[in-house]
Ligand binder design. Structure first.
Ligand code: HPA
Ligand code: MG
Length: 234
């Protein structure tokens, strides 16, 4: 009994030490893969610093998130609320994986897919105000299980404001899936229930994420370069 107890304490100490070591280890804030390892469009030559998450890795992680969502919400009727514009790729791929799981298992997830368009960024800075573009009537959310699908959550303030907005329509349940969550110090907002990757506070583009509407056509998630920021600044 004592041996088991001591072993448990030992394992906890190792885990804690490892976690502290890991989070302070430079590779945790690594700069990304060299651009030479992957292909990307010629028109972005010089505008990128590195490939942060290759497309294949995004897909594999999304497949697993689809399984987690299916395990938790399978057999519920859900409304997927895709946050445009940045969330369109992640949402489309997530829906495809959920559909594939529904076809291949006894659990199924009837879904309605809808969209909400937000704007809160100019250049690489948050404008602090949640701006819902073309305000839509979301009253169909009343009494529904809602899954908000967002590409990126940084301070969480936008998500917090969006949750407040959605909750005003009295849905039965609201969950959030975020492909990326940034590790930022002023994280006072809401954190997604399903997270693809936690990344450092770098401005990333690609896979539908933009910098002033550019780079949505980039296959991988990449870190933008200073040249890219200057070239497309408005
Ligand atoms: N890239 C693109 N859009 C964003 C980001 C980012 O890093 N953070 C918040 N919106
Ligand atoms: Mg944007």
């Amino acid at each position: 009994m004592l041996v088991i107890y001591l072993t448990d304490i030992f394992i906890s100490v190792v885990k804690l030490t490892y976690r502290n070591f890991y989070s302070s280890f430079p590779i945790y804030d690594w700069p990304g893969y060299s651009l030479d390892l992957f292909t990307y469009p010629e028109h972005y030559c010089g505008d990128l610093q590195s490939v942060y998450i290759p497309h294949g890795v995004i897909m594999d992680r999304t497949e697993r998130l689809a399984r987690n969502i299916m395990d938790d919400l399978g057999d519920h009727d859900i409304v997927i609320l895709c946050v445009l514009k940045g969330g369109y790729k992640f949402c489309a791929d997530l829906v495809e994986f959920i559909k594939a799981l529904s076809r291949n298992s006894r659990k199924s997830l009837p879904m309605r897919v809808d969209f909400i368009r937000l704007k809160s960024y100019l250049n690489d800075q948050s404008t602090a105000s949640l701006h819902i573009v073309g305000e839509e009537d979301l009253s169909f959310l009343r009494g529904k299980n809602v899954l908000i699908v967002e590409a990126i959550v940084d301070t969480g303030k936008t998500m917090k404001a969006l949750l407040k907005h959605v909750e005003a329509f009295e849905p039965k349940m609201v969950k959030v899936a975020g492909l990326l969550v940034k590790r930022v110090s002023s994280g006072v907002g809401s954190f997604p229930d399903y997270v693809g990757f936690e990344i450092p506070n770098r401005f990333v583009v690609g896979y539908a994420l933009d910098y002033n509407e550019r780079f949505r056509d980039l296959h991988h998630i990449c870190v933008i370069s200073e040249q890219g920021k200057t070239k497309y600044k408005i």
